[in-house]
Design a protein around this ligand. Structure first.
Ligand SMILES: *Cc1c(COP(=O)(O)O)cnc(C)c1O
Length: 369
């Protein structure tokens, strides 16, 4: 086996339960982007079995895949383009987000065609300035929603990972006001949801009726710098990425390694070739990361290639080709974490796990360590 991502579904269940208890509300498990790289269907099932009551995805295709795999729980798809197959969405009982009058009218027209009212969550822009109703909010009237059921209202925080920022309070206040406006129009049975992982962990006042948990469900911190590590947040990282050494070789000091000869060995040493590269989601810019091999860290040396990278195993290494190495894990044995890879690649843990490519098989195990 070249490489595999081992997914600990027990960790995902544990995190869902932990976050649900923390929020004290219903939980929507965010499984977009192949469940942040962890695998859509197994993760969706694990999250539901642990008490999530909703699944959330970005794309309609993702929601349809869930239905095709027999998942009957409520699903919200929130980034459904104009011109999409709304009729299938309605037929399959997929809740749809709407962020404009145009979208509402399109969903309404599809509802009439199908002969069934779509379930719609109104997305409101409370300050992130991405999706959601902004100025159009005041023009909404009854005929825009005549053919659909408004079952939810939601918004998204821009800075929930910086709990001290006053923008959070402003967004919360706007969301409260917009929810009240909707209630004043007679829509009082709607599910209000605002919090992502970071808000769920830091701001119980923003939990409303449901929280949408993504990164924290996978056991990763929304922001290690401001909120602390997985461990300090009581979360269990679910993904371990490992690979086996394709080749080991002993080389003298001052040997150039890889494209561009950007690095040279500092002393006589043993190098290992790891069969994962940027095509698999290993960041090409990664520097101060590497693998865990035979009880110690072996740093990357030279540039990451498309399918492989080289690590410095050290002159005393007994590693052989075929030996397994851990690229990242929960850190409990001293291995690098997704946070370490993110830090050295000027990115966030979200990007590290989400970009692990389709060539890497996902293996499901309750016992990773
Ligand atoms: C991705 C996403 C989330 C989850 O965010 P996390 O920071 O991973 O918890 C929640 N809500 C919406 C609308 C999203 O797009």
């Amino acid at each position: 086996m070249r490489a595999e991502a081992i997914i600990d579904l027990d960790a995902i269940k544990f995190n869902v339960q932990h976050l649900k208890k923390k929020a004290g509300t219903d939980v929507l498990a965010v499984v977009k982007a192949d469940a942040y790289g962890h695998g859509l269907i197994p993760v969706a099932k694990a999250a539901l079995s642990a008490g999530a009551s909703y699944l959330g995805v970005a794309l309609l295709e993702e929601a349809i895949t869930l239905r095709e795999n027999g998942i009957t729980a409520p699903i919200l798809a929130w980034l459904v383009q104009p011109g999409s197959d709304f009729e299938s969405a309605i037929t399959l009982d997929i809740d749809l987000a709407a962020a404009s009058i145009k979208a509402l009218l399109e969903i309404g027209a599809a509802s009439k065609k199908v002969g069934k009212r779509a379930r719609v969550h109104l997305e409101v822009d409370t300050g992130m300035t991405r999706g959601g109703f902004l100025s159009e909010w005041n023009q909404l009237d009854a005929h825009h929603v005549a053919d659909v059921d408004i079952v939810g209202i939601y918004s998204h925080f821009a800075r929930a990972d910086e709990p001290e920022e006053k923008q959070n309070q402003e967004q919360l206040a706007r969301f409260t006001k917009m929810s009240e406006t909707l209630a004043s129009f007679g829509f009082s049975q709607v599910t209000r949801h605002l919090s992502n992982s970071a808000a769920t962990l830091t701001n119980s006042a923003a939990a409303f009726d449901m929280v949408r948990i993504g990164i924290a469900m996978y056991g990763l911190s929304p922001d290690v710098t401001t909120l602390g590590s997985s461990q300090s947040l009581g979360l269990r990282p679910a993904m371990q990425l490992r690979s086996s050494l394709y080749l080991v070789k002993d080389v003298p000091a001052n040997t150039p390694v890889g494209y561009g000869a950007t690095e040279f060995t500092k002393s006589d040493t043993r190098l290992g070739v790891v069969t994962l590269g940027y095509a698999d989601g290993i960041p090409r810019v990664a520097r101060a990361a590497g693998v865990w091999c035979a009880g110690k860290r072996a740093p990357i040396i030279g540039r990451v290639s498309m399918d492989q990278f080289v690590v410095d195993l050290g002159s005393d290494s007994k590693a052989q080709s075929g030996d397994w190495v851990t690229v990242f894990g929960n850190g409990s044995h001293g291995e690098f974490t997704a946070d370490d890879w993110a830090a050295t690649s000027s990115t966030i843990n979200y990007e590290i796990v989400t970009r692990i490519g389709p060539r890497v098989p996902r293996i499901y195990s309750a016992h990773v360590y």
